[in-house]
Design a protein around this ligand. Structure first.
Ligand SMILES: [Zn+2]
Length: 587
């Protein structure tokens, strides 16, 4: 009873559609003639779906569903296409995704010199003194290391000469490192005498001067200098960024978004947007802020199912270590390619324990970023000790964000403790190429992205992209989850693959579960929210290599068409012109 009760309480404002209610009116929208995969074990497949208001009315054969239509019902003929529950990205960063859309895109650079060129072009069209931002560089994606480098990372001299009057910040693809030019370091008052902060590292030239690369917490030194003058414009720039991000999500079939950490200020803006109908996507948010502000502000910020089920603040976010690519992941044993380091612990365990108590106090989920095997073990220990202190039969569904490298001894603990492994399929294939360098063969094989073992042990694995670290595209992450094929065509330990049914569940129902929302969404079940995606290709049955060709044809949020592809729109015998207006535009 307790798990059900707590789930119902947490969904107090999302009332399931009464199954036996008399048909007050016909369906508003029906989708017929398709391959419907419901992620509901009761009725796993169907041909058609009926929607009334923002809820699913029925799923079944086309004939049965057509019988629920009248002359006012909009009809979409799926023409054999696949319809599935809307994708829920279980871990991504909404504002940062929108911010990134306004920065230089460094993800395609194959050499550091390409990036210098991109910055030089931006300098030519940017007023002097204005900051230039870029995101997405990754030293492992370059064909050769920069001519002048420290541990493979570039040094700033040439970049600084190209941009003497513009402070430049270039964010690493992982988000766990940044690169600054001389003007940015000047603005941040960083020089040879600046010590590395705890949980971070200023990489240095042999003469002790900063080389330009700032790892983990050290990147904050540069960010503070950037954000200080920019803070006045916050609400408008946040709204703009969110509009860009939501547009991107809807075009890729993401109907719910679990935001992996926003400040109290950003959360207030997001809630305003949701309540004025200006969000367009369902949002479940983790609070990430300064430890001393948490205790004071959490109580007033936590909310469940506000704005007609579009807005929930349910998690507390803590970052315990860094990323593997930047040698920041906190490991049990040293890095194979940096033997003097076992990575970085970016927050004291004492803070993790304090947050665990806060999570109990406010009945929230603690969501802790842990990538390295040491970080995973330490946080499982913290969770376990807290659960022992506050025993309950129900799973608290606390989450390990990324859970990327898990020592085999710790794998069964996720299921035993009821802890969610909030993973990102596409990280495996993006990073797989350098994982063996960092960890060696044995650790790579036995501990890296072990979702097969986690699922087999009974753990709940949710999926996502960590956008803007990766593209928000669920298809890419689904493909990675079921093939583990890297861009070079090789599969990264394919014995750990998920099945397609598991991958779809990890991206829908399991994400809903990971937020106590499985009674409202995550499957195409009568009474649940009508959040649906129609794809151009049947990713559940097509040859594996064709999965990546799938495009979103319709994204439906709460029974409304929120996105419709223009080029290949499905044949429709609609009685009404389709409303393809982006909800973010309908203020
Ligand atoms: Zn993240």
């Amino acid at each position: 009873m307790i798990p059900l009760l707590s789930a119902l309480l947490s969904l107090a404002t999302i009332v399931p559609f009464p199954q036996d209610a008399p048909a007050a009116s016909a369906a508003d929208l029906i989708l017929v003639g398709g391959h419907v995969v419901t992620v509901d074990a009761q009725t796993p497949e169907a041909e058609a779906i009926a929607i009334r208001g923002d809820r699913i009315l029925a799923v079944g054969t086309s004939q049965a569903i057509r019988a629920l239509a009248d002359e006012h019902t909009q009809v979409i003929d799926l023409a054999g296409r696949l319809a599935i529950p809307g994708f829920i990205d279980g871990h991504a960063h909404l504002k940062a995704l929108g911010d990134t859309k306004q920065m230089l895109d460094l993800t395609h650079a194959t050499a550091w010199e390409d990036i210098e060129q991109q910055v030089a072009e931006a300098v030519a069209k940017t007023p002097k003194g204005q900051w230039i931002l870029g995101r997405g560089w990754h030293q492992e994606k370059w064909n050769s290391p920069p001519n002048s480098n420290v541990e493979g990372y570039p040094t700033h001299a040439r970049l600084s000469a190209l941009s003497p009057d513009h402070p430049v910040i270039l964010i690493h693809a992982s988000g766990h490192m940044c690169f600054a030019n001389a003007a940015a370091m000047r603005a941040a008052h960083v020089d040879a005498d600046t010590a590395s902060p705890e949980g971070g590292e200023i990489l240095r030239n042999p003469d002790g001067t900063p080389c330009g690369a700032f790892r983990e917490k050290a990147a904050g030194l540069i960010w503070d200098a950037y954000e200080a003058p920019a803070s006045g414009a916050e609400p408008e720039s946040t709204q703009h960024a969110v509009h860009l991000a939501v547009q991107d999500c809807l075009s890729k079939g993401v109907t719910s978004f679990q935001d992996a950490g926003s400040s109290f200020e950003t959360i207030a803006i997001l809630r305003d947007m949701a309540e004025s109908g200006d969000l367009g996507i369902r949002l479940w948010v983790m609070v990430r802020d300064e430890p001393e502000r948490m205790a004071k502000k959490l109580g007033a910020t936590k909310v469940t199912g506000a704005a007609d089920g579009f807005f929930t603040v349910g998690g507390i976010k803590l970052i315990l270590d860094g990323a593997l690519g930047s040698h920041g992941a906190w490991l049990l044993e040293p890095y194979s390619d940096l033997p003097e380091s076992s990575g970085l612990n970016t927050a004291p365990l004492e803070v993790a324990r304090r947050y665990a108590d806060l999570a109990i106090q406010y009945n929230m989920q603690l969501c802790v970023h842990a990538i390295g095997d040491r970080a995973n073990r330490e946080i499982l220990d913290v969770f376990e000790a807290n659960f022992a202190k506050h025993p309950t039969k129900a799973s608290r569904r606390w989450r390990v964000e990324h859970a990327q490298h898990i020592d085999p001894a710790d794998i069964p603990r996720f299921a035993e403790l009821g802890v969610i492994a909030s993973m990102q399929g596409v990280h495996c294939t993006s990073d797989g190429v350098f994982v063996p360098e960092r960890l060696g063969e044995t650790r790579s094989k036995n501990s890296a992205y072990v979702w097969r073992e986690l699922l087999d042990s009974g753990a709940v694995v949710s999926n996502g992209t960590d956008a803007p670290v990766e593209d928000i595209d669920p298809i890419a992450s689904f493909y990675a989850s079921v093939t583990r094929k890297m861009p070079n065509g090789k599969a990264f330990y394919p014995e750990h693959c998920m099945t397609r049914a598991e991958a779809l569940k990890s991206y829908t129902l399991s994400c809903a579960y990971a937020a106590f929302e499985e009674d409202a969404k995550g499957s195409l079940t009568p009474g649940k929210l009508a959040d649906i995606v129609v794809l151009s290709k049947d990713i559940m049955t097509c040859p594996p290599e064709e999965i990546r060709e799938a495009k979103v044809v319709y994204t439906i949020v709460g029974g409304k068409i929120a996105y419709q592809a223009t080029q290949q729109s499905a044949p429709t015998d609609s009685n009404h012109p389709t409303d393809s207006k982006h909800p973010a535009d309908s203020k």
